[in-house]
Design a protein around this ligand. Structure first.
Ligand code: AMP
Length: 331
């Protein structure tokens, strides 16, 4: 029997650019927490197949993928505790997604808010790959029979699809897929610096990268919209609420409460708030950046990490696909 009594964890990031603090707080923090928990066997992939669901540059795909691996390791993913691998190197992800797609209706996929958002962003790109994104994600998770998925809140509709697919596959074919749940962190939704929507790699000006220096962070925060700094009630949504959320995450709740008081009395001085926040963010990122610089010169080590990760992932992936083919009548 392949599955030991440990529960499994699966997560991944697309290779669309440098990771930002939204990815870090919403996903990586949870990934680290679960890798430290001995009850779990964890699998973290670089989701390069998912990258092609939106327009991408083929000449920089490998480079972007390497950036994600470096960001993963620098941010604290530990290859002695987690299998870190490249999705496209395990062909079973794509294979299983095709089998799973037979229990999903087109209408269900067309109604997903994530699909609607993406076609608004890229009207020329309403492709089958984009429509199929949630099925591929379900395949990523079910391939390892993962119970826990540390991802941001934006992925919740996709997890619901994964649960539906697991139930249907178990019902129709007698498989034993667990219904996966999202492992939540305190920063499950980090808003865009532009004041609208979420922080996203694909929206310029919305994010702070893990590799940004203090000046860059200061400049980006300087552009974040604010208001007059005072009023009768502290906004609980919009640009000011977003800034206060970042204050709470990087400087603590006490500091946030202090600014809330200021808002109701003397007024917040946003230049000071932004300066202190930028410094706090930079201090949190500095150790990650130092580690990244060190890893950049260790290409062989980084390569060996993903080779070993793929070796472990492949064993389980092969086993699950064999089982599914057997249950679906291919064998
Ligand atoms: P993506 O960048 O879309 O590949 O997302 C990678 C991971 O980061 C997923 O788990 C997302 O849910 C998470 N994530 C992306 N953007 C944010 C955000 N603004 N706030 C919290 N989590 C996020």
């Amino acid at each position: 029997m392949l599955k030991n009594n440990k529960k499994r964890v699966l997560s991944g990031m697309r290779a669309t650019g440098r990771l930002h603090i939204g990815n870090y707080l919403g996903a990586i923090k949870g990934m680290i927490e679960l890798q430290e928990n001995k009850q779990y066997e964890v699998f973290y992939m670089i989701a390069d197949v998912h990258t092609i669901t939106t327009p991408y540059d083929k000449d920089s795909l490998v480079q972007k993928r390497e950036n994600v691996i470096l960001d993963y390791l620098a941010a604290g993913l530990n290859p002695s505790k987690a299998s870190i691998f490249i999705q496209s190197e395990i062909s079973e992800h794509v294979e299983l997604s095709y089998y799973l797609s037979s229990v999903v209706t087109v209408a269900r996929m067309l109604h997903l808010p994530t699909y609607k958002d993406k076609i608004k962003q890229y009207p020329e790109n309403a492709t089958m790959a984009l429509l199929n994104y949630p099925v591929l994600m379900a395949s990523d998770i079910l391939l390892y029979k993962a119970d826990q998925v540390p991802v941001g809140i934006d992925q919740e509709p996709h997890l619901e699809v994964a649960r539906e697919i697991a139930r249907k596959m178990n019902d129709y074919y007698g498989t034993d897929f667990p219904e996966p749940t999202r492992f939540a962190t305190k920063g499950g939704y980090i808003p865009s610096l532009l004041g609208e929507g979420k922080m996203s790699k694909t929206v310029e000006g919305s994010y702070i990268n893990l590799t940004d220096n203090l000046d860059t962070i200061l400049n980006k925060l300087a552009k974040a919209p604010t208001d007059s700094g005072k009023g009768f009630g502290v906004p609980n949504s919009g640009p000011v609420a977003n800034l206060l959320q970042l204050v709470s995450l990087f400087e603590g709740d006490e500091k946030k409460k202090y600014y809330e008081q200021e808002y109701l009395s003397l007024g917040i001085k946003y230049t000071e708030l932004k300066h202190d926040l930028a410094t706090a963010i930079y201090l949190a990122l500095e150790p990650i950046q130092d580690k990244r610089k060190d890893l950049e010169s260790k290409k062989n080590y980084v390569q060996s990490v993903v080779e070993e990760g793929a070796r472990k992932a492949r064993i389980i992936a092969g086993h699950t696909v064999f089982e599914v083919k057997e249950k679906m009548g291919f064998i």
